[in-house]
Structure formats: C-alpha cells, structure tokens
Design a protein around this ligand. Structure first.
Ligand code: PLP
Length: 388
C-alpha cells in the first residue's frame, strides 16, 4: 500500500490496538512500572522513564507523520533540543544555529556553550555568505528553524543538507511552525526533525511537550538511550493528550492556513501596518524557497506596527479575540510582542542583530471564524487611531 497521507496517520495511529477489551481508542497506562513475565525475561516496558505504551504510540504517530524511522518524545520542546545536543555533541564540537531562533533555544545553546559543553555560532542562515563562512568552520551539528520565529525567514533545507553532508555535519530542522502537514524535512535531506509539540502538534494549548524524530533507526536508538539517561522523556498523560490533539492536525492546519490568508489580505490594506512578514507574500525574500519546500505557508505571521509605540500598546490592549500571550499554534488566536515577551531573554544587541524591533507584533492565527478575527483587528486599529 502506498504511504498514507498525514491526516490518515494522525487519526488512525493506535486505533483498535487494545487487545484486552478492544477499546477503539487506546487506553492510558499511568503505571510507573511493569511486571517481568518470568525471572530474567525483560518485558517490552519495564519502567516509564525508559518506555511507556502511550508515549510509544505518540512516537509512532510522529515519526510516521515525518517519514522517519524513530522518535523520542520529551517533556518539552526545549528538552528535545537539549536531548539532541546532549547525544551528539562534545566540548570541542561546534553547532551552527539561526540567529533568530526561538528565544529559549538561543538561551539554552548560549548558556551551555558558556559552560563549555560545546561551541555555538548563531548566524543569519538566509544570508548565503554568512552560512558558507559558518560551514567553513566544520560544525558537527546544524540546527535550522524554518520558517523562523518571529520573522518567518525561510532557509533552503535541501541546499543546506547537501552542504552539510559534504562536511559530515548532521542537520536538525525545528519544524514546529509548519508541522509535517506542510513540511517534511527528512525528505529534503535532514537527519532529524524537532518539534515543540506544545504548539500545533497538540494544538490546544494544554500540554507542554517535544520530540526528536530521526531519519535512521540507529540515531533513534542512541537518542532513546540518552533520553532515559538524562531523564528527558514525556509522561503518559501528556502523551495521551498529545495523541488526542494530533487526531485533528490535518483538519486544523487547513483552517489555520485559510484564515491566515484572509487576515493577511486585510492587514495589507491597513494604514497602521508596515512591513508584513509571511512566506506566502511574493515580496517575502523566502517566497520561492517556501513554494518549493512547503505544501502550505502556515499561520504564523508578523508585522511592523506603523503607528507610535503608544498606539501599538493601545491596539494590542484593544483586541478582544487575540489574547496577549506567548506560545502559538493553539485553537485560540494570540498576539505577541516578541521584544518584551518571547525574545526578551536575548538582550538588546542580539534582538537588533536578529531584526526584532520594538514595533514588531506576531500573530498566531487560531481557529475562530476569520470574519470575527478581522472585525476584531478593525475595531482595535480604530481605537488606536482615535486615541491619538
Ligand atoms: C516553543 C518552541 C520551542 C520550545 O518548546 P517548549 O515546548 O516551549 O519547550 C522550540 N522551538 C520553537 C520554534 C518553538 O516555537
């Protein structure tokens, strides 16, 4: 049978797998430990840190969605990144990461490199020369985050993977923004895919989780060993919840995408909106690459607020359907001011280098009716205009 489509994998993984009572939906196993069938006979699961049926099903769903060979589900996206570096890098090795990566990823790599755990170079990966200079230093690992956060810059995954192979570097793509519904990095040559499943994968803003998915079974085995060793694995309850969230991934991503297109068209007409950042826009520098490597543009977008900073605060405060909050990818729409929220740990200089200004606002377009979302933006823009 030909490979199943993502929506089918998302809905069907583990369905009708219960052999005891034939429960259609797989039951949750909260037990921390499992009996040995007989002296010296090791069961499939013995202790939940190293393995659990619910986590196992979630791992299967995730690696099948990404066309990988294995996965380790972790207790958050950050610990997935930490697991990846713990397993594959040492004090003399270099990791090349995006200069505008997720704020927590920046903090993790920066802090651990300062402790001497490894070396790190943050570069603008959409700048070919900067990337070539970084690769000339022979990194062991390369992290891509495309589209990036918050400026949705796009990096050519296939091209970087080809260059990485020539120097023997391993590439991981943080695919949190698009999910396998819209982008399949392993098929483009990457060795690993990392997700904060907290975002679109779970999709309901009620579970923190992460995963590293591997292209080879060998890497999966190594990661599973390390996941158990450093205690990074996810809990049964969170795994159960996340698999429940995944059931609707295909349907959710479609609506996220459609609504974002309506909102982009609306924002494009607004006086108080300056540059809009979204890969679907022909003016976006990564538009052509996005068309090549993505099957959807995603529903994360940001824009420069073209009024004063006081007006910006008024606009944000006036919104009723966009919650002012960090995170993204849930059913509810969110607005975020990266410089004072998600990216504040970066410090002023790193923010400036990454192009994150005080005027930048990021939207995570949720699943409310897009006409209501647009009406809400409209009334908040009007409030901001009338107040000054
Ligand atoms: C949220 C996020 C992370 C970190 O994941 P947590 O689950 O919050 O630890 C990493 N990368 C990206 C792109 C994210 O959005």
């Amino acid at each position: 049978m030909s490979a199943r489509k993502p929506a089918t994998i998302a809905v069907r993984t583990g369905i009708e797998s219960d052999t005891q009572h034939h429960a259609v939906v797989p039951p949750i196993y909260l037990s921390t430990n499992y009996g040995f069938p007989a002296f010296g006979e090791v069961p499939t699961y013995d202790y939940t840190r190293s393995g659990n049926p619910n986590r196992g099903l979630l791992e299967t769903a995730l690696f099948e969605l990404e066309s990988g060979k294995g996965a380790v589900v972790t207790n958050c996206g950050t610990s997935a990144l930490n697991l990846w570096v713990s397993a594959f890098i040492g004090p003399d090795d270099l990791i090349v990461a995006p200069h505008d990566c997720y704020g927590g990823t920046y903090r993790l790599f920066n802090t651990r490199s300062q402790k001497g755990d490894f070396k790190v170079l943050f570069v603008d990966q959409s700048d070919e020369q900067a990337l070539a200079d970084a690769l000339a230093q022979k990194p062991k690992l390369i992290l891509l985050e495309t589209p990036s956060n918050p400026l949705v810059r796009v990096v050519d995954i296939e091209k970087v993977c080809t260059q990485a192979k020539q120097i023997g570097a391993l590439v991981a793509v943080d695919n949190t923004f698009l999910t396998p519904v819209f982008q399949k990095p392993l098929e483009l040559g990457a060795d690993f895919v990392i997700h904060s499943t907290t975002k679109y994968i779970n999709g309901h803003s009620d579970v923190i989780g992460g995963v590293v998915i591997t292209k080879t079974a060998e890497h999966a085995e190594e990661l599973a060993w390390w996941g158990n060793c450093i205690g990074a694995t996810g809990t049964p309850f969170d795994s159960y919840m996340t698999l429940r969230g995944i059931r609707t991934l295909g349907a959710r991503m479609k609506v996220h995408e459609e609504s974002s297109q309506h909102i982009l068209a609306y924002l494009n007409e607004q006086e108080l909106v300056g540059t809009i950042y979204h890969p679907s826009l022909p003016s976006h520098p990564g538009h052509e690459i996005a068309k090549k490597q993505q099957s959807g543009f995603g529903s994360m977008l940001s824009f420069e607020f073209a009024g004063s900073f006081e007006q910006l605060k008024y606009f944000v405060g006036g919104l009723e359907l966009f919650s002012l909050a960090e995170s993204l990818g849930g059913v509810e729409s969110l607005i975020c001011h990266p410089a004072s929220m998600t990216h504040r740990a970066m410090g002023e200089q790193a923010l400036a280098e990454a192009g994150v200004t005080q005027q930048l606002l990021r939207l995570s377009v949720g699943l409310e009716d897009s006409e209501d979302l647009i009406a809400d933006l409209e009334q908040a823009f009007n409030k901001a205009k009338e107040a000054f």
